[in-house]
Design a protein around this ligand. Sequence first.
Ligand code: ZN
Ligand code: ZN
Ligand code: FE
Length: 763
Amino acid sequence: MKVRQRIEVSGIVQGVGFRPFVYRLAHGCRLAGMVVNTAAGVTIEIQGPSEQVLRFQELLPLEAPPLSRITKIQAQPLPLQSETEFRILHSEKTEAAHTLISPEIATCDDCLRELFDPADRRYKYPFINCTNCGPRFTIVRNIPYDRALTSMDAFSMCPKCQSEYEHPLDRRFHAQPNACWVCGPQLQLWDRHGRTLDCEDPVQAAAERLQAGAIVAVKGLGGFHLAANAANERAAQVLRERKRRVGKPFAMMARDLDAIRRVCHVSADEDKVLISPQHPILLIEARSGNDIASQVAPGNRYFGVFLPYTPAHHLLFAEGPFDYLIMTSGNLSEEPIAIDNHEAVERLGTLADYLLVHNRDILCRCDDSVVRWSKGKLRQLRRSRGFVPVPVFLEQPLTSVLAVGGELKNTICLTREDQAFLSQHIGELENLEAYKFFQEAVSHLQQILEIKPSAIAHDLHPDYLSTKWALEQKDLPQVRVQHHHAHIVSCMAENRIHGPVIGIALDGTGYGTDGAIWGGEVLVCDTVSFQRAAHLSYVPMPGGAAAIREPWRMALGYLWLEFGAEALHLGLPFMREIDKRRAQFVLRMLETKVQSPLTSSCGRLFDAVAAIANVRSTVTYEAQAAIELEACLNRDASVQPYTIELTDCGDHFEIGYSDLMHQLLRDALDALPPGIISRKFHDGLADVFVRTAIAIRERFHLDRVCLSGGTFQNAWLAARMENLLRDQQFLVFTHAKVPCGDGGLSLGQAVVAAATLETTRRT
Ligand code: ZN
Ligand code: ZN
Ligand code: FE
């Protein structure tokens, strides 16, 4: 019996070779009909013998192309038509736009083969791509994803490219950025003033200059990188000085996997991450005695490494003798990444010696993603290129909400039904450039997703630029969300659970409901409300923000709580380098409580311990002291963890520092190695939070624990706490798809706001 079916497929099904796949499958099943891209996804109609139609429907999800992601298939019967062949129809633009745009994909193996094949017409063409690879999100102006609505509309295809583009069985069928030497974008090498250098091969010329130690700004998919030879100590040093980046590690692109294996300990799982279609920056443990310049990642246990992901990257390594290039975002410290050629000359002209530019416009900034592999999962530290705009799939549909995130590592989030779209990494909202990028991201994301939010969620902190922006949007209702509540709900959302749970939120800074700076919080919460069930005791931060830059101030703060004015005369090693008058001044601040806001921050506790252990007493980038304290941790020693006291204060528990300070003092005076002190502290901290969770379980009868907040980027602490909690029969949920730090905050804000609106609507 002959039947006809309409099949609607939603998910990431455009720009990933889905229609050619459907075409081949329909041919294979000898079916007539058609397939078309719609704003909602892909619509298929098939007609033929019922058993063949059934087979088609079975195979559709099983054999879908690797880059596609099907979220829903709906089928309905239709009356038969007099059709004998299967056709691919042109896209239509409809009202309800629910298509998912694919993220950027690293150059595929087929394209790589052609790139280095002298007989191929795209031999060494720096913009080779196909349906399985190349730019997407960063060139999209609007949906549906069609060439006319991308920045490729500036180039009209030559007859050869056009015929590939139109042929359903070609690898470049409807590959929107399809291009070649004849018709597509081209590279140029510029000097720092934006003058074009006369050279036969700009890539070769750039590679020669890199080898000689120059810094070259390289235009990529989501913005410019600043590139320098990573084996050249002088080049690395110059880059640091010009970029005004003192200690923060640089990412490093390596020629191939072998090159990475020579400088890092790479596990089989990490191998897979490095060569995955996203090619993210992966943090991997460095081997000692490698040839990498010490200025690449000073004081760090890990290298951030990745593989070439555009044809131009591959060509650079093919031309250059170097195996490693520093590839850091093209910006001045803490500013957003540059994307436009002339913007680059203006902003990067003082940082780079040359610029390797191209004439395909980047419509949306997108930094590299940074990930780590730990406890069997890929963990996002900075979720950007390759992952954005793939949504996080929620447990249930929500009202559409725009959440504007926090202040540091800002991202925004838009929700639509059961999908939450986190933006690319926007960064530190502390300067005008970043604030502009934030506004760009808000409008671009709304544009390409066609979402009109019905409310805005923002942080409690009145001074965050994101909060201020939200408060200016008078036409939409606003929902205030506490920072650590947002962290925990972010973790709940990505794990598709709702409350109540015990949430352990550990980070550096978050505005509390009492106006204090929170950061060592144990909440009992669901998606609507929370109760602060336990927290680290308050400690003064002498000098406020200055205490974040100078961990020795924090060390004095904690020691002063326990020893009073004696804190200055304990004979601790870190005090020797501190100017006596400055120390006196800080002590007076503590005693008079002037400019000393109270905090329960876990980050500040790490800072203080790092100072007392004589690891670091001033920092040049966020969390540096904590990172170095973890980096020196002795993993092999068998030690007795520090005991940290937990006090029942009636309606909540408090974690105090008295015992901890005495033990630290004794060990520091005994000149115990920092690695041992670090280990005793890490393990002691994990212990006390596990004891806290047990106490809360007894009181609230909850056994699910969510771990969130930037402190969980600390791999040792995260793994130890997870293991100990599991040993105690807790169900533990952690972050993987979304960063545990403030990059994941907007997701939690969005879910809290949507749930809050839903609750008020019902009551
Ligand atoms: Zn390809
Ligand atoms: Zn062409
Ligand atoms: Fe935070």
